[in-house]
Write a protein that binds this ligand. Structure first.
Ligand code: GLU
Length: 490
């Protein structure tokens, strides 16, 4: 029986979660859930100069916002307690583990202490280059007996620990789950560093050690890590460990087919959150950057994606990030939400716009969502649409001046105000509104833009916006009178 699937997302906490990272996390999550396995988070923070606690919190918050819940890893809120039996799940807290493995590799003569200085290395490299050779480090310490080297270290000499590659002389071949057979000749790398002076381990070393100790069965990560696989395979082999199966996800490109970068617009999950994208929509979108469902379904919930996820349908070619498609997809997800949920999702955006809808009924929420949800594609745009219904934010825009100067406008607005005042109910239907428009047309002898633009200004303070026949039935008589009076007073 094969062991249960265990996969991890291993972010380096050096900023917000990028959409590329979100996709890697999602593919791991979908793969695990599809196979009834475990999804684990490991924090790769041994680059002390770039990793911050603040970023760690941001990354965990973004993952939680996306609901990519992990069963083992750092606790979402506290920075001290990890969840799971194979922790700690932060590499900066596992230094003694890496030291032990490095010692074992030295004992097995698979690795060695190297005392070369940076100057010596540079000199050697230049010399090798001049001779037309590959400029890999050829350390004189490779053959030094471990006990002798250890004595030097104990005497305070500075050393790095290097992995021995020169005796390997072979091709490393593995079947990548996405790219098929991959072959790396061993001399693609020289004796690489495992531990820096001072004992800080490097990425390739920690990664292989942790993937083994944390019992990963599969490693799904970004394409840029493909060449790292060679060093990691060498470490597995030297330790006599079985390597996990690797899968390297295609690049995400911008519209100019360049690697997606911040310079051309939002790329972090946090920015999309602030712009009013739903996590479900963002996940749906990133899932399709390099994968498609066998049945061609595009708009999917996380459950539907989990059910369909199959790495054999992951693409090798780079995927283009299309911001227009993301927005469209967000609109599809927004419109599919039950109206109560849509209302809840809008709340933080109302709050940042200082919009308050305290005394509205569930019936009104339902009615307004049904009427307005096709007029916006993000929650931020949604808040702007709802803002037109708030008297507190009613303003007469400068574009209205021209319309206010027309000789017919005053009469139109006055007639409108009177009709609203005389209207028997608190609210108005679309038909009531159509009737009133007709009555104004007849009594003021206006039509076309003299009628419609003047009414728009009387109701929303500007000549453009959501259709009045949609808005008016959502407004109270009191509000409509208040607005008309303000316009008349101008
Ligand atoms: N810490 C690496 C990164 O953020 C992950 C490498 C891996 O998944 O092996 O790119």
């Amino acid at each position: 029986m094969s062991s249960p699937v265990r996969v991890r997302f291993a972010p380096s906490p050096t900023g917000y979660l990028h959409v590329g990272g979100a996709r890697t996390a999602l593919y791991n999550y979908l793969f695990a859930k599809n196979k009834g396995g475990e999804f684990i988070i490991r924090i790769e923070d041994t680059d002390l100069a770039r990793s911050t606690d603040e970023s760690l919190q941001m990354v965990l918050e973004d993952l939680s916002w996306l609901k990519l819940n992990w069963s083992e890893g750092p606790d979402e809120k506290k920075t001290t307690n990890d969840m799971g039996p194979l922790g700690p799940y932060r590499q900066s807290q596992r230094l003694d583990i890496y030291k032990k493995v490095a010692d074992e590799l030295i004992q097995k003569e698979k690795a060695y202490y190297c005392f070369m200085t940076d100057e010596e290395i540079t000199l050697q490299r230049d010399k090798l280059k001049a001779q037309g050779k590959i400029p890999h480090v050829e350390s004189p310490y490779e053959k030094m007996p471990p006990s002798e080297a250890l004595a030097k270290v104990n005497a305070g000499e500075k050393a790095v620990v290097r992995f021995k590659t020169r005796q390997l002389k072979k091709d490393y071949i593995f079947t990548d789950l996405i790219r098929g057979e991959v072959k790396f000749p061993s001399d693609m790398v020289g004796d690489f560093v495992l531990l820096r002076t001072g004992g800080m381990p490097v990425y390739n070393f920690c990664c292989a050690v942790d993937d083994h100790l944390m019992k990963m069965t599969h490693v799904l990560r970004a394409e840029e890590h493909l060449p790292n696989t060679l060093r990691q395979l060498m470490i597995y082999e030297a330790m006599g460990w079985q390597a996990p199966q690797f899968g390297h996800l295609s690049l995400i490109l911008d519209e100019d087919r360049q690697k997606l970068s911040k310079r051309k617009g939002a790329t972090s999950c946090h920015e999309f959150k602030l712009e009013g994208y739903l996590p479900a929509a963002l996940l749906n979108f990133v899932a399709l950057l390099g994968w498609s469902a066998a049945d061609g379904k595009e708009i999917m919930t996380i459950e539907e994606m989990t059910e369909r996820f199959d790495l054999s349908r992951a693409h090798q070619a780079g995927a283009v990030f299309d911001a227009v498609k993301l927005k469209w997809m967000n609109a599809q997800h927004l419109r599919a939400l039950p109206h109560g949920d849509l209302w809840r999702e809008l709340q933080p955006f109302f709050k940042s716009e200082e919009l308050e809808f305290h005394d509205v009924s569930d019936k009104w929420i339902d009615k307004s969502a049904a009427a307005l949800k096709t007029s916006f594609e993000t929650l931020l745009e949604g808040a702007a649409v709802y803002k037109t219904l708030s008297d507190k934010h009613f303003l007469i825009a400068p574009e209205a001046d021209e319309i206010l100067a027309w000789p017919s406008t005053k009469a139109v607005v006055e007639k409108w105000k009177n009709l609203v005042t005389e209207h028997s109910g608190e609210e108005m239907s679309e038909t009531d509104f159509a009737g009133m428009q007709k009555a104004i047309q007849e009594s003021c002898k206006v039509k076309g833009k003299e009628l419609f633009q003047a009414l728009r200004v009387a109701i929303i303070g500007k000549p453009h916006g959501t259709e009045l026949k949609i808005l008016v039935p959502l407004m109270t008589k009191k509000s409509l009178i208040y607005r008309a009076e303000k316009v008349l007073a101008k």
